[in-house]
Design a protein around this ligand. Sequence first.
Ligand SMILES: [Zn+2]
Length: 796
Amino acid sequence: MQVLAYLSERDLHLKNMLPELNRKLSKLTPSELNALRISLMKGTINNLSDWMRNIAESLLQGIAEVERVLKSLLKVGESLSAGTLVITRKSDEGFYVLSPDPLTYIQASGRTSRFLNDKMTLGLSVIFELDIKNIEAFRRKMNIFSRNFELKKLSELNLKEISNLLDSSRRGERGVKSFRPAKSLLMIVESPNKARTIAWYFGRPSRRKFGKIVAYEVPIIDDETLDTYLVTIVATKGHMYDLITDEGIGLHGVILSGDEFIPVYTPISKCYSCGRTFSNLEGVCPYCGERLKIGRSTEILQALRKLSLESEEVVIATDPDIEGEKIAWDVYLMLKPFSKRISRAEFHEVTPDAIVKSLRNLREVNSARVAAQIVRRITDRWIGFPLSTLLKEKYGKPWLGAGRVQIPVLGWSINRYVEWKRDAGYFVKVKGDNGIEITYFRKKREDAEALANAIMKQGYLEVHSFEKKTEEFNPAPPYTTDSLLFDAGKRLKLGATYAMKLLQDLFEAGLITYHRTDSTHISNKGIQVAKEYFDKVIRRPDLFFPRAWGKEGAHEAIRPTKPIDAEELKRQILDGSVKVPLNFSPRHFELYDMIFRRFIAGQARASLVEKAVLKLKSPEGDIVEKEIVLREVQDGALSVGKAEFNLNAESIAASGKVIVRKEMIAIYRSSLTPLHSEGSLIKLMKEREIGRPSTYAKTIDSLKRHGYVIISSKRGFVVPTKTGIEIHEFLTTNYTDLVTEEATRDLEKKMDAIESGRDAYEKVTSELYEKLRTIGLLSKSVLNTNAQGFLGEALT
Ligand SMILES: [Zn+2]
C-alpha cells in the first residue's frame, strides 16, 4: 500500500486506481485485513466472500502495476527512497521494501547505558548499514522522537577515546549524567486523546483504571536539566463545573451580595439517555427527565483526588486558552486540600519537546484569564437567559434563544440576503474545449437564454486581446482560526463546527499547533520544521526563505509540528511510526494537507509567474477578462503550495478563439452579490472584532440550532429564515443597547481587558448589571432571592 501511495505521483494510471483501493482497504477491520492477508499468501482468494474477493483482486492488480512501474524505474541492484521507505530491486522479480523501526532501535540502544544509583552511564550504539538511503530514512523517523537525534560516521569517531570515556563513566568518574531522583507527578489534561498522545511519546505507558477513567503512567526525562519524573496522566473530559441553572439562586446563578457578584458553579452532569449535559443541584436531566443514568463530573474528581494524594506534585496541562485556564482553576481549587504543590503547564503543541519545556516553566494559574472566562460565562447567561425566555414566551417556540454575538452575525447574513435578492439574475456559464471557464450575467432569464443560444450558434468565443506578463507571487501568511475555517469551507466544503472538531483531533494527536489562535507568527521551532522539509525531504534548500510572519506573542499560527506532508503522514500512520489516538478520516488528512502546504509556501521564496491576460468577446459584445497562470518562471511558494497551472493560453491566442461545444453551456440562477458562507461570516467576525477563535464556530452553530439560518446543502451558503429575520427585527428594535454590533464589540473589549489584567472583574460585571437593570431585563423574582440564605447553606 505504501509503495502504491508513493508511486501514484509518478504514474497517471495508478493515480486513479489508488484512492479507490485505499478507500476499500481503509474500511476493513483488522481481522478482515488479516483474513485478506492470509488468503493472498496462500492463494486461496476464491474462498473469500464476493466483496472481499473483489478487493483482493484489485489489490493483486495493484501489486502487478507497482511491479511493472518499479521494473521500469529500477535496474537490478538499484534502490529508491519513498518517504521513509527504501525499495530495492534484488533480482529480476524480487523487490524488497525496508522500513526503519525506531522504537526497536530505542529499546535496543538503551541497553548500552545503565542506571547506576542515580547516574546514567554513557553508551555507544553502532548501526551497520550499507545503503545511505536506509540511514537517512532511519534518521528522519528518529527525529519524530527526538529532534536532536544525529548519526555520525564510525570513521569520524576516535574509538580509543570513546572506550576510555565509557569505562570511566561506569566507574562513575567522567561524563556521567547525574539524574535527580524521580519525582512523581500527576499531569491533568482535558481530553483522553491528548492524554494518550502524551503517554505514547515517552514509551509504553502502563494503564490504571478508576471506574470509567483511565490513567497512564510513563517516565519523562529532561535531557537538559536531568530532571526525571514518573508521570501519571489523566483527563478531566472537558469542563467539570458550570454556572448553576437552578431557579432562585441569585441572578441566573450569580449571587449579589452587597457590592459583590458571586458566581455559583456546580459539577456538570451528563445524561446517558439523551446525551446532553446540564448543571443543576438536583442531578435530574432537565431535557428528558432521566434520573438514574446520569454521570457526574464528581466521579472524575474522586479519581483526581486519589491520584493527587499519591503524587508529589500536580501539573495541570489543559489547553492554552481561557477555557483551559478555567478548567485548570477548577481542578486547582478541588485538589488544593490534597496536594502540596499544584502548578499550571502550558504548551501550544503536543510534542515531547514542548511538554518537557513546559515542565521547566511551570507557573501559577492565571487568575486574570480565569476571571475573563467567568465574566464571559456570566454575560452569556445574563443576556442569553432572559432574552431566550422572552422569545420563547412571545413566539411560543421552546427552541428559540439569543446570545450576544449571535444577533449581529445574524444581522450580517440578513443584510447580505437582501443584497443577494436585489442583485439576483441569471448566469450563463461557458466552458471552452481547453478547460477555460467564463460566466456572463443577465438580469432576465430570456436574455440569458438568448446569449446562450447565440454562443451555441457561433460555436466559439472570440479572443479580443491577449497579453502576457511576468509577476512575482508572494505567499499568504500561515493560517489563523478564521482564515483556516474560511478555506476549509470553501475548498473542502467543511462546516465550521466540524472543521473545529477535526482541528482539535489534529492538535491532540500532536500534529499541529493550537488551532484557536489570532496570530500569524511562526516561532523558530516552526521555521526549523520548514528548513528540515526543504533540506531533507524535498531536497531543495534553495527554495527556503524563512519568514516569522509578525512579532512573537503568546500564540503562534496554525502550523504542522513535524516536517511531514499529508502523503507521508498517511504512510507513517499506516506503518506505525506515527501513532495517533483515533482513527483518522480522509477529512483529517485533507485538512492537514491544507495547513501543511499553506505553512510551507509561507517559508518558500516568492515565485515568478508568467500570466496570460485574455479578453474574450461574446456574440453580444460583452468582454470578459480572464487571467491565467501559465507557468512558474522561477519556482517557489506557488508550486510548493500545490498550485495547478493552466492550459496553454498561447494556442488560444494563436487560433483567436475559444471553441465551445453545446453541452458546455449552462444557465443557472444566482446573484452578483453572493450570500455569506459560514467561513465568510467568521472572517467578518474577526475583522469587526466580535467573537473570538474559541467562539467563532459555536456562534454559527447556535444560529443553526435556533433555526435562524439554514445552510444550503450544495454550496454551503448561509440563508436566514423567516423566524431569524423576525427575531432579529424584534431584538434590534427593543434591545438596541444589548445586541448591536457596537455593544457586542464593546463588551468583548472589556473582557479582553480583564484577561490582560487591565480591568477588574467586579467593574465589568456591575456595569453590565446596571445596563440590564436599566433595560428592564431583570425580573423581580430574581432580585427578591434570598441570596444570603443560599450562600449560608452552601458554606455550611
Ligand atoms: Zn437527558
